[in-house]
Design a binder for this molecule. Structure first.
Ligand code: 16G
Length: 175
């Protein structure tokens, strides 16, 4: 029997879908937590359509997976094509503890990507909507993201993200 190790407890997704109904996608897709064996099902290949993934061996992947799982702040969420078991898309909700806002949690959406061959099927909307609902379940006081400028209108249109006046910036240093 193969034991599936998920990066977070899948039950929380049911809580998320109680808050906002699930965006409808075809039955042959399943939204679920990243599992450790997704390394074999194209997870990194899908991520490589977002940015450079570099050399991440199985061993390194397992190490990162374990750290994220133990930390408990990473909700790496994927869409699986149930016909092929391949990963069709992925997005991460990262939660960050704060001393401000009454010791509140701030959430960020990261690394949103849908495989080229699966685009145009609402998978990205379904993934990000799931994460938005999840951030409400987790009682986060705010949810933010930074993205490629050409994606701003997509996030505004489908999820009501807003550019806050006086804060429309994201500063970067690359090492
Ligand atoms: C986008 C992503 C960000 C990702 C970055 C990678 C979203 C909402 N934004 O900005 O999460 O980490 O691209 O680009 O998915 P980089 O390799 O240049 O950091």
């Amino acid at each position: 029997m193969i034991v599936v190790i998920n990066i977070y407890d899948e039950k929380i997704l049911d809580e998320a879908y109680k808050i906002d109904s699930k965006v409808s996608i075809k039955d042959n897709f399943r939204i679920r937590p990243l599992a450790q064996n997704d390394y074999e099902y194209g997870f990194l290949t899908v991520l490589s359509q977002l940015t450079e993934v570099g050399d991440v061996s199985r061993e390194r992947f397992d190490e990162i997976f374990d750290k994220m799982k133990t930390n408990g702040c990473y909700y790496v969420t994927v869409i699986e094509d149930l016909e092929t078991n391949q990963i069709a898309g992925s997005a991460t909700l990262f939660t960050e503890y704060k001393f401000i806002h009454g010791g509140g949690l701030r959430a960020r959406i990261e690394d949103v990507v849908v495989d080229n061959k699966y685009r145009g099927q609402n998978l990205g909307v379904a993934l990000v909507q799931t994460l938005k609902s999840l951030s409400k379940v987790l009682n986060c006081y705010k949810l933010t993201l930074d993205c490629n400028d050409r994606m701003i209108s997509w996030y505004q249109k489908y999820f009501a993200f807003q550019i806050e006046e006086g804060r429309s910036n994201f500063l970067t240093i690359r090492f």
